[in-house]
Design a protein around this ligand. Sequence first.
Ligand SMILES: Nc1nc2c(c(=O)[nH]1)N[C@H]1C(S)=C(S)[C@@H](COP(=O)(O)OP(=O)(O)OC[C@H]3O[C@@H](n4cnc5c(=O)[nH]c(N)nc54)[C@H](O)[C@@H]3O)O[C@H]1N2
Ligand SMILES: Nc1nc2c(c(=O)[nH]1)N[C@H]1C(S)=C(S)[C@@H](COP(=O)(O)OP(=O)(O)OC[C@H]3O[C@@H](n4cnc5c(=O)[nH]c(N)nc54)[C@H](O)[C@@H]3O)O[C@H]1N2
Ligand code: SF4
Ligand SMILES: [Mo]
Length: 712
Amino acid sequence: MLKYFRKKQKEVQTEKVYNTQCPYCSMQCKMQLIEQSVVSRKQYKTVGKENPTTQGRLCVKGMNAYQHAFNKERLKYPMLKVNGEFVRISWEQALERIKAQFTRIQEEDGLNALAVYGSASITNEEAYLLGKFARVALKTKYIDYNGRLCMSAAASAASQTFGMDRGFTNSLAEIPNTRCIILAGTNIAECQPTIMPYFEKAKENGAFIIVIDPRETATTKLADLHLKLRPGTDAALANGLLKVIVEENYSNEAFIQERAHGFHEVKEYLASVELREIEAITGVSINEIQKAAIKFGKEETGMIFTARGVEQQTDGSAAVRNLLNLLVATGKLGKPNCGFGAITGQGNGQGAREHGQKADQLPGYRSIENKEHRKFVADVWGIDPDDLPGKGVSAYEIMEKIDEGEITGLFLMCSNPVVSNPNAHFVKNALKKLKFLVAVDLFVSETAKLADLILPTSSYLEDEGTMTNVEGRVTLREASCPCPGEVKHDWQIIVEIARALGKEKYFSFSSAEEIFNELRLASRGGIADYYGITYERLRKEGGILWPCPDLEHKGTLRLFETSFAHPDGKAKMVVVPNKPVVPKEEVNSEFPLYLTTGRVMSHYLTGVQTRRSPALAARNIESYMEIHPATAMDYQIADHSLVKIDSRRGSITVRSKYSETIRPDTVFVPFHWADSQNVNVLIGGELDPVCRMPGFKLSAVKVSPVNDVFAN
Ligand SMILES: Nc1nc2c(c(=O)[nH]1)N[C@H]1C(S)=C(S)[C@@H](COP(=O)(O)OP(=O)(O)OC[C@H]3O[C@@H](n4cnc5c(=O)[nH]c(N)nc54)[C@H](O)[C@@H]3O)O[C@H]1N2
Ligand SMILES: Nc1nc2c(c(=O)[nH]1)N[C@H]1C(S)=C(S)[C@@H](COP(=O)(O)OP(=O)(O)OC[C@H]3O[C@@H](n4cnc5c(=O)[nH]c(N)nc54)[C@H](O)[C@@H]3O)O[C@H]1N2
Ligand code: SF4
Ligand SMILES: [Mo]
């Protein structure tokens, strides 16, 4: 036996430790990947690393993230499509091809015929550079990113109510001491697992937790009260809560008087609505509405958290604004243990929405339509403000413009829209019409398959840069591993294309840190001010919450202590009607069930990475439809059987999964799978009129056993 162990020990020849951050969600857990070289092969282990946000915790995705990074299918060379097949080419050939095609397209179809589609999974440096690339190198107004499908409703609601949008108004450390928490449409237990101890601690300390979700989830298990509403009715539910709070005198008159506008109009509207009407719309009983409202109103401190359940609706921005009304009305803002959190999604969901990837935005959360903002950024970039293009359109509208032939070339970085956009058949067909599609990815994703050219990029283990986490804390992810094959970093790819297009003067960067230092200048004085943050400070201090306007500034833990960010310092309440301005899809006799969509713990977004991670894929090897057994009986669907789901847009086939706890009028399907299991085939392309968010969380569908298909 001893001999055996000695032999084993000898076999471990070297051990390397890579300091990194998880590539997946907004928690950005710090971790170490330990690589042991054993005689014949390498083996890996991941351990969490102490940090202020996640304190060394990791979830199953972080632990196994190395599996996709080291997957054999990783792209290692530029690949050009020739006669329908991808063939390896050199970087020189790839850059020449891009130059020729981009130039041809802009000559034939105009400057705005080229569009850029970015991502919130890239670093701040890359998000910043991509915005600059679109406006300065390509001179196109069409740039947007996948965060539009993710954070846009919460971001626009916070900007309108508070005058600025940072995901969390406070730091996570305050959660354990709050007395009442509303979790609306957020499944933190599966989607940000390492945040859970903050809420568990709050519960231990006696906090009352209200969860709003049409399903029972790992998160609703935390709840003292679960409001199992009908999908898409959060705005009306918030009116119910507000009505009780106002009428039972739990509103904070002094706070409202001093720090808010619009309360009078809201109060007037609430007087005109009946709780009975709200009960009918939401499916939540008057009794439960009263209980939740009184609890939230009564407690001295309280916090509201929203995520995509509330936000990914065609009235998502209004629904969030109504929940913010609740915070303003009760004065639970700008003081300890009170506040709002839009639980950010992607690893850099926060930072990537601040530095100019959005259609209407310039770095530092500046507006592309504001003359002074344009001048400020143009000066940093060394260009004439008049040369800056104007505002473009949102992510899904880019797809519509491609379909209409107005956009004929697309540069896609770090997204898989064929699976993640609504109306997936339409999107796929539109992308096929492009004259030239370049995809920058780790793998041949479902969208990359349609590309003319795929450029291989580096993973989280290889690429250095800053990521801003769920708290608004800027963190530095160090580069650890060398790039495989001829892989380049996203920022290098942008720089090299800009240079090939003759714009080297504006893209002279040779490291991520150099880009960050320009970002600091471009964000200076803006809402999202990163000027005081440096790589050196991040290494020393382990993360800084923006705004951080100068090098001595410690970062901002809590926002709005003395004033909101609107010019007059006041928050803006607004009337949100029970019935949305844009009507939502209704169920009827042909499509009698609500479909809502979301996530499972072990997979990430469109699954391109997690489906290639054996340990994660094994946990959920296929998609499924959660359905109440009583509803399943009505449609003769057995448990674990194949079921066809149809909407007005198309159909998919997945396996059924009985759930006693989902609303009987609702089915749920996760969106991590492609092709015949791509749930976005079913979702419509209608958008929120304010923030242009699609309604991922609500469609009308019918379900039938697959056997029926054969019987017919
Ligand atoms: N495991 C895992 N974690 C992730 C991700 C992932 O793909 N997998 N993605 C990351 C990203 S980018 C994001 S954006 C976040 C998303 O995080 P979440 O928004 O928490 O995740 P979802 O599952 O999309 O939706 C949350 C909940 O909304 C509920 N819901 C559905 N319809 C409604 C409704 O009308 N009203 C209300 N109140 N609730 C509703 C769903 O039942 C679901 O439980 O997660 C991040 N973390
Ligand atoms: N039905 C439904 N649809 C949804 C949602 C929903 O809840 N329901 N949620 C929406 C939300 S919140 C989001 S955030 C979107 C996200 O959807 P997508 O934007 O499609 O995101 P991913 O699936 O992460 O795609 C990222 C792609 O980039 C690649 N990649 C990974 N890391 C890097 C990198 O560092 N650089 C580059 N260049 N490539 C990289 C991956 O391999 C993958 O192909 O989906 C949205 N779609
Ligand atoms: S997926 Fe999120 S919670 Fe899990 S390890 Fe990664 S960053 Fe942390
Ligand atoms: Mo997201």
